[in-house]
Ligand binder design. Structure first.
Ligand code: ADP
Ligand code: MG
Length: 246
């Protein structure tokens, strides 16, 4: 994996809110085609980290280097960063007055000014892949939570991102809908999409990841291949955290 092209480098990243330090000198590197899962206790800064990577937060120190350029350089347009880095949240944030297809096409047509025919074809292909071919004219209220989340993933992929970030995308779903969403992400991993996934689904984390990062108090405390980190965690903090999931 280390011979692969580096797509993202986080260097000594600091971020706080007021008096509270949330990210405390965090480093890590992501390679093209790599699937990294971040685990760690609630409040340790996982969502804040993803938001910093996507340019949604101002940072206090360090750097986020995407494909060789700092995303915090004043000459970089955030709009370009957000097109390269897709993010899918726990709340799918679909527009309720728009159909599935209209939701999906919004970014590619309005922001990226791409060809409608071309994007619609891509959208239909992706809808088929996630098992929702027959839903393009539905409104979000006609869909289950799991279906809405799969649509949100399709919407993100239609922007042709280089990296996709997933922030606890199954946390708000009823248990029976979790699997259908995780299966979509597993499929994307197999296809070689570069991803950072924050999840509390430990079996899924183990199955999907090339590398696991255990985060606590705004730092990467331990990282390793899934078999090593789950099978034989080195730090006491990772051990304690993982014990809760047995
Ligand atoms: P995680 O995703 O690991 O649960 P978060 O990154 O959401 O953690 O939050 C880390 C810490 O930062 C928490 O203490 C949270 O309350 C705080 N925090 C996150 N976002 C904000 C914000 N916009 N304003 C103030 N505090 C925030
Ligand atoms: Mg979070």
């Amino acid at each position: 994996m280390n011979n692969e092209e580096i797509v993202l480098e986080i260097k000594d990243l600091y971020k706080g809110f007021g008096e509270r330090n949330v990210l405390n000198g965090l480093d890590f590197t992501l390679h093209k085609g790599e699937v990294v899962v971040i685990i760690g206790p609630s409040g340790c800064g996982k969502s804040t980290l993803l938001r910093c990577i996507n340019g949604l937060e101002k940072i206090d120190g360090g750097d986020v280097i995407l494909e060789g350029s700092s995303i915090y350089d004043k000459n970089i347009k955030m709009r370009q960063v957000r097109q390269k880095v897709g993010i899918v949240f726990q709340s799918y944030d679909l527009f309720s007055h728009m159909t599935v297809m209209e939701n999906i096409l919004l970014g590619p047509l309005k922001v990226q000014k791409r060809d409608k025919q071309e994007v619609s074809e891509l959208a239909r292909e992706l809808l088929k892949k996630v098992g929702l071919s027959d839903r393009e004219n539905d409104y979000p209220r006609q869909l289950s939570g799991g279906q809405k989340q799969r649509i949100a993933i399709v919407r993100s992929l239609c922007m042709n991102p280089d990296i996709v970030l997933f922030d606890e995308v199954t946390a708000a779903l009823d248990p029976e809908m979790v699997r259908e969403v995780l299966d979509v992400i597993l499929d994307l991993a197999k296809q070689g999409l570069t991803m950072i996934i924050v999840t509390h689904e430990m079996h899924f984390a183990r199955a999907v990841s090339d590398r696991i990062l255990f985060m606590d108090h705004g730092k990467i405390v331990e990282e390793g291949e899934p078999e090593d980190l789950f099978g034989n965690p080195k730090t006491e903090r990772a051990k304690q955290f993982l014990n809760k999931f047995d």
